[in-house]
Design a protein around this ligand. Structure first.
Ligand code: FES
Length: 375
């Protein structure tokens, strides 16, 4: 049986010939998200392998770019294993990175943010910032820290044993405050049943409708009598509350106002990126890699970001979705002295750009209201 090794996790799984790589990943006890259920259209199961000849690649509805395949990237849900192979989860240049918990992180050289000293009936706790505390009894055998990530869409917390560096428990949940933001397109119908589209689904939907011409670059839904769309799309151009809309499902409509919200959000992000590049005199072509963090970002599809023009097209093939790095970064700060020093150094060097004060921001914001990849 071929053996699949996972270099960064230091795990392996022996599988029957012809097993899908994604099943080998799971057999090794490694978590890998497969939001499209293995149809090969979301790209989230992308991994890099040591040898393409060990695999047989099945057709995917959205195959990876040629240049990605050439350097060993494959969709784990569309690759069958026939020979021994090694899997890497990060780009070659990121050899120090590996997945920790819910987000990408780096290796820890353990040196916790506090130290403990027993002094008779008490234990002194010495913190890295110079402060100290006292605990009753000898508690030197217990040293736990907690990391709490309060995000706009998710809340996550981890309990970490600082003596071993192990995460002993973790929980996460949707931030209750964003319940409505998650269901961006929510319509309540006659039988009281609520259906909707999540935020990342909205970006994908709008991206596809821009790509297929249902939404014009101006953001306007095309008129049914003026288009040459396939009937499957044309029949969904509808009227909702007296206004043009696109019918996604029997009770779900994408309205012109929803599209406007996507335009405003993507335009603000894109203008922010451009302002940063202009201020630092770096062109988008000069960027080697772009990390997209956050659990919302993790569910986005790369193509959709380009179809709506949220990111410059020159970044195609350079994106890495790194998940919940707030939490994994918090764990690093708790455990790792080098990371604490790196962060201090970086914070002192990174300039903060106030977009409100940027003379070009408003102009760029208006310019990027348009959809499309050509921008
Ligand atoms: S799970 Fe979506 S492409 Fe593999």
């Amino acid at each position: 049986m071929p053996v699949v090794k996972f270099a960064l996790e230091n795990k392996e799984a022996a599988v029957e010939k012809g097993t899908l790589l994604v099943h080998a990943v799971r057999a090794a006890g490694i978590w890998l998200e497969t939001p499209c259920s293995g149809t090969g259209c979301c790209g989230k199961c992308k991994v890099q392998v040591s040898s393409l000849s060990a695999l047989e690649l099945l057709p995917a509805s959205r195959p990876l770019a040629e240049n990605e395949q050439q350097v060993g990237w494959v969709l784990a849900c569309r690759a069958q294993v026939y020979q021994n192979v090694t899997v890497y989860y990060s780009k070659a240049q990121d050899v120090s990175l590996h997945i920790v918990g819910d987000g990408m992180s780096r290796k820890v050289t353990r040196h916790p943010a506090f130290d403990k000293k027993s002094c008779g009936a008490k234990t002194q706790v010495l913190y890295a910032d110079g402060s100290s505390g006292l605990e009753d009894g000898d508690t030197t055998a217990d040293a736990y820290g907690a990391v709490i990530d309060i995000g706009t869409t998710t809340l996550a917390a981890a309990l970490v044993d600082c003596l071993t560096g192990k995460e002993v428990a973790s929980v996460s949940a949707l931030n209750p405050q964003c319940a409505y933001a998650q269901d961006v397109v929510r319509r309540i119908v006659g039988d009281g049943k609520a259906v909707g589209i999540c935020g990342s689904g909205l970006i994908d939907l709008v991206g596809e409708l821009v790509r297929t011409g249902v939404i014009e670059t101006s953001g306007r839904l095309i008129k049914p009598d003026m288009c040459h769309l396939p009937e499957t799309l044309r029949s969904r151009l509808a009227v909702y509350n007296g206004k043009p809309a696109f019918q996604v499902a029997p009770d779900v409509y994408l309205t012109q106002m929803d599209i406007r919200q996507v335009q405003l959000a993507k335009s603000a992000i894109r203008a922010g990126i451009d302002a940063m590049l202009m201020r630092t005199k770096i062109s988008a072509c000069d960027l080697d890699r772009v990390y997209i963090a956050g659990s919302f970002g993790f569910h986005l599809r790369e193509e959709s970001l380009f179809h709506i023009g949220m990111l410059p097209q020159t970044l195609a093939g350079k994106l890495t979705f790194v998940g919940n790095t707030s939490k994994s970064g918090g764990v690093l700060l708790l455990l790792d002295q080098t990371s604490r020093e790196d962060v201090k150094h970086l914070v002192s060097k990174i300039p903060c750009i106030e977009l409100a004060d940027d003379a070009n921001f408003e102009k760029m914001f208006v310019q990027h209201m348009k959809f499309g990849m050509g921008q």
